[in-house]
Design a protein around this ligand. Structure first.
Ligand SMILES: Cc1cc2nc3c(=O)[nH]c(=O)nc-3n(C[C@H](O)[C@H](O)[C@H](O)COP(=O)(O)OP(=O)(O)OC[C@H]3O[C@@H](n4cnc5c(N)ncnc54)[C@H](O)[C@@H]3O)c2cc1C
Length: 294
């Protein structure tokens, strides 16, 4: 692999294109993921990322998929890693394993409690927040590029947007290199968020996370799980099409392409697509945008 670290890409490219995968539960799902990655390589993405199940439930498969994507393609792959339910000892062991596997990019997250333990309280040797995980990662100096999560609407549990900016600033101060945002739909939200972060002294890249719209019910479920608001405009546009997946897909491409175009015009430093392990519709959206990384 020529470039191993995402931060090295930032040195030469003002905008990046990236795709996020999740570890599938079946062999067929795994084959589909690799087929999707192969198709998406035609778009010359800058990096891929692979999510990590709450409480470490996918730790083996995340590592395995990151390794396999790196083996098959000449591209950095970011390993998502959540600290919930991991002791500092376990975290250091997993970091050693990643280093032994030539993994140089981590998305450092707190994670959410597992569904069957919604009120989980971390033990004395478990980090409570993502910034504590970043500190452990930085014991390895510059081996890893570190991405973090950021929230255009503010994190669900943070009392104010100002505090949310401060907590994001702490993540930058202890070593985060860039952030990817939670899903959002109104581009105005991103503009306000970028201003708020700049006012808090945040200079790292804030790459918008983009969710393609293909199914209204699933979109609502997805947003409910991650605490993102489905805006009135999205409800008004997509609820009448709820029973017509073809019409939803066509409209989704139109709406999301426009969202991306506006974000790039606002100065967004790239697009990170939650591709849900599928090459479409993100390929169509990307191609409709033209040569936006020139
Ligand atoms: C792009 C992206 C990718 C994601 N990938 C995954 C994934 O792969 N697996 C997964 O399980 N989840 C994933 N998530 C979800 C994420 O784990 C949850 O949103 C989680 O609730 C917050 O994680 P965080 O890293 O932002 O936590 P933190 O930054 O630790 O914030 C969590 C809470 O703690 C509070 N807080 C933060 N710092 C401080 C501080 N210094 N002092 C006091 N309070 C503080 C915040 O207000 C917030 O309410 C992802 C989210 C995003 C946006």
């Amino acid at each position: 692999m020529l470039v191993k670290k995402i931060s090295d890409i930032f040195d030469t490219k003002p905008r990046t294109l990236s795709f996020e995968f999740f570890p599938p539960k079946t062999d067929k799902g795994r084959d589909n993921l690799f087929a999707a990655a192969e198709k998406l390589m035609e778009l010359q993405p800058d990096f891929f990322s692979v999510t990590y199940g709450a409480g470490g439930s996918t730790s083996k498969s995340t590592l395995d998929i990151v390794q396999e994507l790196q083996r098959r393609h000449d591209i950095p792959v970011m390993h998502h890693f959540t600290c919930t339910k991991h002791s500092r000892v376990e975290i250091r062991e997993q970091l050693n394993e990643m280093m032994a596997s030539d993994i140089h990019n981590i998305m450092a997250l707190r994670g959410d409690p597992p569904a069957d333990e919604p009120h989980y309280e971390p033990g004395p040797d478990e980090p409570r927040y993502a910034f504590e995980l970043i500190k452990i990662i930085r014991e390895r100096a510059g081996w890893f590029t570190v991405g973090v999560a950021a929230f255009p609407e503010g994190h669900l549990d943070t009392p104010t947007k100002e505090l949310d900016s401060l907590y994001t600033r702490v993540k930058q101060d202890v070593g985060a290199d860039f952030a990817i945002t939670q899903v959002f739909f109104e581009t105005e939200l991103y503009r306000q968020f970028a201003d708020r972060m700049a006012a808090a002294g945040i200079t790292m890249r804030l790459i918008p996370g983009i969710l393609p719209i293909t199914n209204y019910q699933r979109l609502c479920q997805f947003c409910e799980t991650c605490g993102a608001t489905v805006s009135p405009g999205i409800h008004d546009t997509f609820s009448p099409l709820a029973d017509d997946l073809d019409a939803t897909g066509r409209k989704g491409i139109e709406v999301v392409t426009e969202q991306c175009r506006t974000l790039l015009a606002l100065g967004a430093p790239g697009l990170h697509f939650y591709c849900l392990n599928k090459p479409e519709p993100v390929t169509t959206i990307h191609n409709a945008l033209g040569d936006w990384r020139a």
